[in-house]
Design a protein. Structure first.
Length: 466
């Protein structure tokens, strides 16, 4: 029960009362359509929250229901997983399955994905801890800066006179408060102070030799070992107050953050709420051919299998169990099928959802509905230079139509085609920027056809341009 309470304490807040339907509604703010995929990940996330409310014995028996997303590129597979992790405040790693190779071949060790996820979790927890102590760190940094500034003021009484007379002490405090007011007002930003800093020399030893898959363990152990050996010596450095303040705040944050506690919490968060998005899993599907570049496909699957099943991985922060990490695999499966995966791996991905190809109506919605809609992005970007961009309804429909047309005539890259189309459409305005006159820009369907029509009609040209 003690472990169970520890798990609840480290669980990201804000999701306890959120139903799967509400999770889907949150995902709808960023991803258009794909209800089946959203429903599957929402249930997986809700089941994780339910499991963390159980007693330790029962919780250990409940394994996450890993998911395979099947669909062409550019339909939202990665975005759904990424937004889900952000919503849950979970450590998230996206990695391509093709990066890994069977042991004995040149490539990354499959366990490296778990180590990478642990590094991400440590950065997350450390950032959270820094937010908690940020105010205290700034206060400490201010006091240290005032000490440095007082040392630059002429005729400041020394330690002896301070002890001899209370009048001298009062004078120092008055001067300190005056400097504090000036410091907060930014009047002292350019004053030069002398600060003790640590050098960070470049190591003459290259660690690139350890980058191979068989040296993963040696790599992170050697980095930790050499970090102490390369610790720089302290030296005096003169710098402006504004620059010194940033340096001192960072030093104070390091003093106040307990990295051992951060590492413990990070490992626990990875074990209880980590998400690994394994992309291009269809590229390693298939049985052995016995020779050629595909010889390690099944070997990679067998190497990945224990990670998904649940094993202990040695990280620089300690041992990490993968039993309750949620794995979301994705692939287009144009050639291979999910059934081409080895049976043991198929069994570890019991949930399969198919994502639909995007049509013209979907493109229209993608352009204007999501919180991070592409059109909103460009309006904000050009707005920073005083340009007021406005799209008419028919222009949005025309952009969507041309994107579908190009996808049909060339390679279908889904919603990513919209980035290419809109960038080509607005390149003149982006190039001119604040020099553009007039400031008001109205994008109409006629302008879209004028700018892109010829490129789209010329199949050979559109293959290279769009």
């Amino acid at each position: 029960m003690q472990e169970s309470s520890k798990r609840r304490k480290n669980r990201p807040s804000g999701l306890d009362e959120m139903s799967p339907r509400e999770i889907v509604e949150q995902l709808d703010r960023y991803v258009v359509g794909q209800k089946a995929a959203k429903k599957a990940v929402a249930i997986a996330l809700r089941n994780r929250i339910r499991r963390q409310k159980l007693d330790e014995e029962m919780a250990q028996e409940i394994a996450p229901k890993n998911i395979i997303m099947i669909g062409p590129t550019g339909v939202g597979k990665t975005e759904i997983a990424r937004r889900l992790a952000k919503l849950a405040n979970s450590p998230f790693l996206k990695i391509e399955a093709t990066k890994f190779t069977e042991i004995g071949y040149v490539g990354r060790d499959v366990e490296s994905m778990v180590r990478d996820l642990a590094d991400i979790a440590v950065d997350m927890i450390r950032a959270e801890k820094i937010n908690e102590i940020e105010e205290k760190a700034e206060q400490n940094a201010e006091e240290r800066l005032l000490d440095l500034l007082l040392a630059t003021v002429e005729n400041v009484p020394g330690e002896k006179s301070r002890m001899e007379s209370g009048e001298d002490l009062a004078r120092i405090e008055t001067m300190r408060e005056k400097l504090r007011r000036q410091l907060r007002a930014g009047k002292l930003d350019q004053r030069i102070v002398e600060l003790e800093v640590r050098e960070h020399p470049t190591s003459p030893i290259s660690l690139q030799i350890f980058e191979g898959s068989s040296f993963e363990d040696i790599q992170f152990n050697m980095r930790d070992l050499l970090s102490g050996m390369m610790e720089g010596k302290a030296k005096k450095s003169r710098m402006p107050v504004a620059e010194a303040a940033e340096y001192i705040v960072q030093e104070e944050e390091q003093k106040l953050v307990d990295m051992e506690q951060v590492a413990r919490l990070a490992l626990d968060r990875v074990e209880q709420s980590g998400i690994i998005f394994l992309d291009e899993i269809d590229k390693i599907a298939g049985r052995e051919s016995g020779h050629g570049p595909d010889v390690s496909r099944e070997g990679v699957q067998r190497d990945i299998l224990p990670i998904v099943e649940g094993t202990s991985v040695n990280t620089r922060y300690g041992m990490l169990r993968t039993d309750h990490i949620l794995f979301i695999a994705a692939g287009a499966f144009h050639v291979a099928k999910p059934t081409d995966l080895i049976p043991e791996l198929q069994g570890r991905f019991p949930i399969r959802v198919e994502l639909n190809p995007l049509n013209e109506n979907d493109f229209v919605r993608i352009l204007r509905e999501p919180q991070n809609a592409l059109i909103k992005q460009y309006m904000s970007l050009l707005g920073t230079e005083g340009l007021k961009l406005r799209f008419t309804e028919d222009s949005i429909r025309e952009i969507a139509r041309l994107a579908c047309l190009v996808n049909e005539g060339t390679e279908n890259i889904g919603a990513r085609r919209l980035h290419t189309i809109v960038e080509a459409l607005l390149e003149d305005y982006s190039f001119e920027g604040k020099q553009r006159k007039p400031r008001q820009i109205k994008i109409t369907a006629a302008y879209v056809r004028q700018k892109l029509g010829d490129i789209v009609q010329d199949k050979d040209l559109s293959r290279y341009i769009l």
